[in-house]
Design a protein around this ligand. Structure first.
Ligand code: HEC
Length: 159
């Protein structure tokens, strides 16, 4: 992916992103969790409330109350397969996925245990998708994230 994208201009990348953002794809059906009620509850709590004692902010503080992301730079957390969620958080923990510095997701993923990741991915993948990304967040981000500019671009025009 890096080799493919590096030679492309920002304008062309913006055009590609606009195309994908404008697609209206069917929602992925929620995946049944198959975990104990206690594990599912641990996952729900991490997503909705975080864990202050371990300095883990609630995921909803950045990904939005409906977890559908915030335009243009915070992706949604619903409608993603559980394996994908586990792989992304694992890649951030291991330094294989990086975002612009300061990389808030690397910080968060490193504070999560494998058990936390298993629990929150089970809960997230079992939720029905909630629709379009939010335009803005009600409060400032709990951690600084490089490259996140909320409300920077107007929403992509539908095609
Ligand atoms: C401080 C803000 C912030 C918080 C809190 C936060 N995230 Fe994120 N998250 C981001 C940003 C910004 C990105 C986009 C990173 C990039 O540019 O790749 C992201 C991306 C992700 C992605 C990648 C999605 C994809 O489509 O590849 C996952 C998965 C994710 N976050 C999960 C979580 C979970 C689970 C939590 C709660 C434990 C959480 N995030 C809390 C800011 C945050």
């Amino acid at each position: 992916m890096t080799g493919l994208l590096t030679p492309l201009s920002d304008a062309y990348l913006r055009e590609i992103a606009g195309y994908f953002a404008g697609l209206d794809l069917p929602d992925l059906p929620p995946q049944p969790a198959g975990e104990s009620a206690a594990v599912i509850e641990q996952g729900r709590r991490l997503v909705m409330q975080g864990d202050a004692a371990r300095r883990i902010p609630a995921c909803v503080q950045c990904h939005g109350k409906a977890m559908s992301g915030v335009d243009p730079s915070i992706p949604g957390l619903l409608d993603l397969p559980r394996d994908y969620l586990i792989a992304q958080l694992g890649a951030w923990r291991g330094g294989h996925r990086r975002a612009q510095a300061p990389d808030c997701m690397a910080q968060i993923a490193k504070a999560l245990t494998s058990q936390d990741i298993g629990a929150l991915s089970a809960w997230l993948a079992a939720q029905p998708a909630h629709g379009k990304p939010a335009a803005t967040l009600p409060a400032p981000l709990p951690l600084e994230c490089g490259g996140v500019v909320i409300g920077m671009y107007p929403p992509a025009a539908p095609r």
